[in-house]
Ligand binder design. Structure first.
Ligand SMILES: C[C@](O)(CO)[C@H](O)COP(=O)(O)OP(=O)(O)OC[C@H]1O[C@@H](n2ccc(N)nc2=O)[C@H](O)[C@@H]1O
Ligand SMILES: Nc1ncnc2c1ncn2[C@@H]1O[C@H](COP(=O)(O)OP(=O)(O)OP(=O)(O)O)[C@@H](O)[C@H]1O
Length: 298
């Protein structure tokens, strides 16, 4: 009999709203309100029972397997449920890293959901959420998708909203291979902290499913800090905001990717072509998704 395995599609995210509150807590984290949506740029995660835990990433990564969020998530699931998390986990990476797109976090969430499925766990078991929070601030969001408001460290679900499924988005990654890590962006923020934009306006717009008002409420007060770490972010952001058919544009989380929500798919495609051909930037068309990680097989 063929061995059981799961194939999971793990989507990236963009932050429609990110409000970082000035000042660090004792644990080194900032209080954050964020509204994120998943998009159809995905990693693929395959999970199969094995004799020991092993994670392989394609293309190969330059850091030890034990530091992979997928590995840490599997170990933490084993610890939380008192079981051996012996799985072979294969990750096909398409989501760029240090890009603010939540790649490491969605991989971890896919592993958590996959193991919960293979172990037939109650999806509402609070230990699942706790494992996710222990891996990273963005991980719990991916357990819920598609559009959610999270508070505390940005890791605590407050409210889910109707998705903006298939809304076209252009993603552009400014030059600078190293990108920006979350840690670097938050450290830059601390040197010059600013107040968050009005969260109430975004929540009201989401509750009313009023797209025009959602676009007006798009904001990220971590963006200037990300641009301080990688100045080309500011250049790309102002270029994107000036392109035709843009409804809103901002930095994805801690950067370095910049997103633009476009009126039409054609506007997004035109912007991506111009970014690639006129500037040589990494760019991609995407659409907003209606779920978090999805089991494709198994
Ligand atoms: C920028 C965002 O992506 C917005 O969604 C998140 O706030 C960051 O999420 P993440 O990368 O999953 O964050 P983690 O891996 O938990 O933390 C990385 C580092 O970011 C900083 N960090 C993160 C979240 C938060 N609320 N306050 C912080 O100060 C801390 O220095 C932390 O050591
Ligand atoms: N599954 C994974 N995929 C990619 N990178 C990973 C993974 N697990 C750990 N990493 C490490 O995470 C680093 C990127 O972390 P960082 O939090 O800055 O990511 P990010 O892509 O900007 O995502 P986020 O939007 O959640 O901040 C990589 O350089 C790598 O060392």
């Amino acid at each position: 009999m063929a061995r059981p395995f799961l194939l999971i599609s793990a989507p990236a995210k963009i932050n429609l709203y990110l409000g970082v509150h000035p000042g660090k807590e004792e644990d080194g984290y900032h209080r954050v309100d964020t509204v994120m949506t998943t998009i159809d740029l995905t990693d693929t995660v395959e999970i199969a029972p094995a004799d020991e835990l092993f994670v392989r990433v394609t293309p190969a990564q330059d850091f030890p397997m034990e530091q992979n969020t997928a590995y840490r998530a599997a170990r933490a699931m084993g610890d939380a449920f008192g079981r051996q998390a012996n799985f072979t986990i294969l990750i096909d990476k398409h989501i760029p890293v240090r890009a603010g797109l939540g790649g490491p976090s969605t991989d971890a969430a896919a592993v958590i959901l996959g193991i919960a499925h293979l172990w037939d766990l109650d999806p509402l078991d609070p230990r699942i959420e706790q494992v996710a929070q222990g891996i990273g601030a963005d991980v719990p969001f991916f357990l819920h998708g598609s559009i959610a408001w999270l508070a505390q460290r940005g890791d605590t679900l407050q409210e889910l909203f109707a998705p903006l499924t298939a809304t076209p988005v252009a993603l552009v990654r400014p030059p600078g291979e190293a990108g920006v890590t979350s840690q670097e962006a938050y450290a830059a923020f601390d040197k010059n902290p600013t107040a968050p934009a009005d969260l109430g306006q975004m929540l009201q717009a989401l509750r009313a499913h009023d797209e025009a008002s959602i676009m007006q409420a798009v904001a990220n007060n971590l963006a200037p800090a990300a641009a301080e770490v990688l100045p080309s972010i500011a250049q790309v952001l102002s270029w994107m905001r000036a392109q035709p058919g843009v409804r809103a544009a901002d930095v994805c989380g801690s950067g370095s990717t910049v997103f633009a929500i476009c009126k039409t798919q054609r506007d997004a495609e035109a912007m991506v072509s111009a970014a690639q051909n006129e500037h040589g930037w990494w760019a991609k068309v995407a659409k907003m998704e209606k779920t978090g990680p999805v089991i494709l097989h198994g």
